[in-house]
Design a protein around this ligand. Structure first.
Ligand code: ZN
Ligand code: ZN
Ligand code: FE
Length: 774
């Protein structure tokens, strides 16, 4: 029998996912000799044996890889046979400069959960149980190759039993780097905010936390990618107290439910939503509330689950952000009932990472601290996803997804893109990969800048990226831009300032794997983006690709009195837009929301154009429409008015008398669509007592119609029928659906976001792509 030998190089996410033991098992199955090892570039193998057995091995390798692996490339080379008999697993050897995708953190797998619930198992109820297929990854890796000494588990020496599993190729914990047990691994610790009281460890720590949660207290919990603040979601006073201490007025909190059965009691859930909630990434999924207790529950008085989720969790909203337990610790905590689980920070600050940081920053918020001694190397907040027509729409791409790269159409130069201001994320490109940091938060203070810097450095180290260029937003006042420019000066990098909406366009193209020759017609609708003419853009129709763009249409300009401050007061924006449209504002809901003095000052501001910034923002247009319709007049978080307006519109009558934007063409050939006529009609209808849900619906329909009207004119003029919908406004799935349907039936091909957020969380990817092609 002829023996052959092959050298095989496998690339993709193949480290830290049980790939070497998997290869070992395959080699045993097909009776092959040789070896397998990790290097900085992926996994390499040498296989020796009969030709068809080698072929069968390679086929199985690609067909049935371990669950967490993502194979991107398999290269096979011939080499002379050596007459070897054994198959060995080699220790890792780094190759400087090579890139290996690293796995995100993965939710506890079913095999581990079985042991976790088994009283006879040595890891019964152990809060840090994990295996080759699950557990922390990205947040504990200090450097590659992914081996225990390079992780924050290096501090824990494995006991004999754990070491045996770790070294046994037939064990499901073979080379599971975070392997641990109650004897040798991390343990829980309970402390009170003063740090002075009794310290409990292990089961007693957990019991103290559960008791405090039941008693309506607020507990800071160290999770996998940072601290959370938790309280019982069914106790209104606990939720209110958390809001007060966290200084967060209305912005919704996420809920941790024990299981799907429990969450069905307060939310509607589709098959796709259930699959996503239970996936390995375990994101927060936005679900529709549905908490009228059913007949079964009403009788189920003995169980806590019969209690309702407090309205205070997501005031004024018909949706709830829900997640299922993704670490063993969360499985233990969720036994209390649905919990509020929100990022462990004071509003505006980044999420706390170390025990000391948490004790210091959250000391005034939490009544107790559930800590542990496994360090989090890099923070990773929860991801947020909305399911829309069975399709995912990422709103925040973080835990469970980062740092999986976005695969690009072609190799690109290495760029560090620092993102915008809101929903900060950075992006590093290398070869055909774009690596995005997890969600950092709004980059509005030095702490968040430091968190952004830490995340960038970490990605650069893990993926061996040496940036050649730096991309940032054109807004000179953004802290991320300022930090980026300093970084570029230190490292001698060329800086490319990218227009905000051009970056949105490029992010959408990159997500869809479009190349540098392609162009799309992008409707980039959002709240705020610095325009090239010094005004605030946000209702832009751009035609172009990575290399450049033309602003072919936009919303008519209106004044924003008081600039950014007006964003918190939709009523002011509404009056300013109505005034611009030539309408009196007396008697409108918005006028009623302001004092006579405020209205007087506003009128002077508008007439003399004092402290007014021009804007084309669709976000502000929607704020104005919402306020005039009798919706929200003041907001406590970004996008609040628009989110509530979408909810109103969802219940509105589809067949309502329509509103219409005016369309005109400027002397330079730019199409200008004017929202003034829509707002005038809303004001008149509101005065006539029309249902605000119907008005909200009609505004959404008008916006979708103007998108199609503008796209159709441009198709005739420019011959392009590939349309993109991007920008934060397209988190609104009603508008997205209406626009997408109308465009498709008009014969357009439509691109929408799925994996990368349409909001500013996706901006860095687009900035990087533009800079790479500059
Ligand atoms: Zn597992
Ligand atoms: Zn152990
Ligand atoms: Fe934006």
């Amino acid at each position: 029998m002829q023996c052959i030998r092959r050298r095989v190089q496998v690339r993709g996410v193949v480290q830290g996912v049980g790939f070497r033991p998997f290869c070992h098992a395959l080699a045993v199955r097909f009776d092959l000799a040789g070896h397998v090892g990790n290097d900085g570039g992926g996994v390499f193998l040498e296989l020796e044996g009969e030709e068809e057995r080698v072929a069968a091995f390679l086929e199985s390798l690609e067909r049935e890889p371990p669950p967490l692996a993502r194979i991107e490339e398999v290269r096979v080379e011939a080499m002379p046979a050596r007459g070897e008999r054994q198959f060995r697993i080699l220790a890792s050897e780094p190759i400087p400069g090579e890139v290996t995708p690293v796995s995100p953190d993965v939710a506890t797998c079913d095999d581990c959960l079985r042991e976790f619930h088994d009283p006879a198992d040595r890891r019964f109820r152990y809060p840090f149980i994990n295996c080759t297929n699950c557990g922390p990854r990205y947040t504990i890796i200090r450097d590659v190759p992914y081996d225990r000494p390079m992780t924050t588990m290096a501090a824990f020496a494995m006991c004999e039993a754990c070491a045996r599993e770790y070294h046994d190729p037939h064990d499901r914990r073979f080379h599971a780097q975070p392997n641990a047990c109650p004897t040798c691994g991390p343990r829980l610790e309970w402390r009170d905010p003063s740090g002075m009281g009794t310290v409990f460890t292990g089961d007693a720590a957990l019991a103290a936390a559960l008791r405090m949660l039941r008693d309506g207290g607020i507990v800071a919990v160290k999770g996998i990618g940072g601290f959370h603040l938790a309280c019982d979601a069914t106790q209104p006073h606990a939720v209110r107290e958390l809001r007060r201490r966290k200084r967060r007025a209305d912005k919704p909190f996420a809920i941790l439910a024990r299981d799907v059965t429990q969450l069905r009691r307060f939310a509607e859930i589709s098959t796709e939503e259930e699959a996503l909630l239970s996936s390995r990434a375990r994101p927060i999924v936005l679900l529709k509330r549905n908490d009228v207790p059913g007949i079964d529950e009403a009788h189920d008085v003995a169980h806590d689950v019969a209690r309702e989720v407090a309205r205070e969790v997501a005031p004024g909203q018909a949706t709830l952000g829900v997640m299922l337990p993704y670490t063993p610790l969360h499985h233990l905590l969720a036994s209390v009932g649905p919990l509020v689980l929100t990022s462990g920070n004071l509003s505006e600050e980044p999420i706390a990472r170390t025990n000391d940081e948490a004790m210091e920053r959250l000391g005034a918020i939490a009544d107790g601290f559930l800590l542990h001694d496994r360090d989090i190397h890099v923070v990773c907040d929860d991801s947020v996803i909305r399911v829309h027509r069975g399709r995912e729409l990422s709103l925040r791409r973080s835990r469970g997804y980062a740092p999986y790269p976005v695969r690009l159409a072609a190799p690109t130069p290495s760029v560090l893109a620092v993102g915008g201001e809101l929903k900060g994320t950075a992006c590093l490109t290398r070869d055909r990969y774009a690596f995005l940091t997890p969600h950092i938060g709004d980059v509005g203070n030095l702490e968040t800048v430091a968190a952004l810097e830490h995340a960038c450095n970490h990605l650069a180290r893990l993926f061996r990226v040496v940036p050649e260029r730096l991309a940032c937003d054109m807004h000179p006042g953004y802290l991320a831009t300022q930090w980026g420019r300093r970084f570029a000066a230190q490292h001698g990098l060329r800086v490319i300032a990218v227009q905000h909406h051009h970056a949105h366009l490029a992010a959408l193209m990159a997500e869809h794997g479009l190349g540098e020759r392609e162009a799309i017609l992008a409707f980039t609708f959002d709240g705020t983006g610095y325009g090239t003419d010094g005004t605030i853009w946000g209702g832009e129709v751009l035609l172009g690709g990575y290399g450049g763009y033309e602003r072919v249409a936009h919303l008519a300009t209106t004044p924003l009195p008081g600039g950014d401050a007006a964003i918190r007061r939709p009523a002011r924006v509404a009056l300013a837009q109505l005034w611009t449209a030539g309408n009196a504002w007396d008697g409108t809901h918005s006028a009623g929301a302001l004092t006579a003095e405020e209205r007087r000052v506003l009128r002077i501001q508008l007439e003399r154009r004092l402290n007014c910034v021009d804007t084309t923002s669709i976000g502000r247009f929607l704020d104005a429409a919402a306020s005039l319709a009798g919706g929200r007049h003041a907001v406590s978080y970004e996008g609040q008015a628009a989110i509530e307006f979408e909810e109103l519109a969802r219940d509105g009558a589809a067949r309502s008398p329509g509103y219409r934007f005016d369309c005109a063409v400027s002397p330079t050939g730019v199409i200008i669509f004017d929202g003034g006529p829509v707002l005038r009609r809303v004001a008149a209808d509101a005065a006539a007592g029309r249902d605000k849900r119907d008005m909200a619906r009609a505004v959404h329909v008008a916006l979708a119609e103007v998108i199609v009207a503008v796209a159709s004119r441009l198709r005739d003029a420019q011959g392009i029928d590939l349309v993109g919908l991007t920008g934060g406004v397209f988190q609104n799935v009603l508008l997205l659906t209406l626009a997408e349907d109308a465009l498709r039936s008009a014969g357009f091909e439509v691109l929408v976001h799925q994996k990368v957020p349409p909001n500013d969380g996706g901006l860095a990817l687009g900035q990087a792509m533009v800079a790479a092609h500059a």
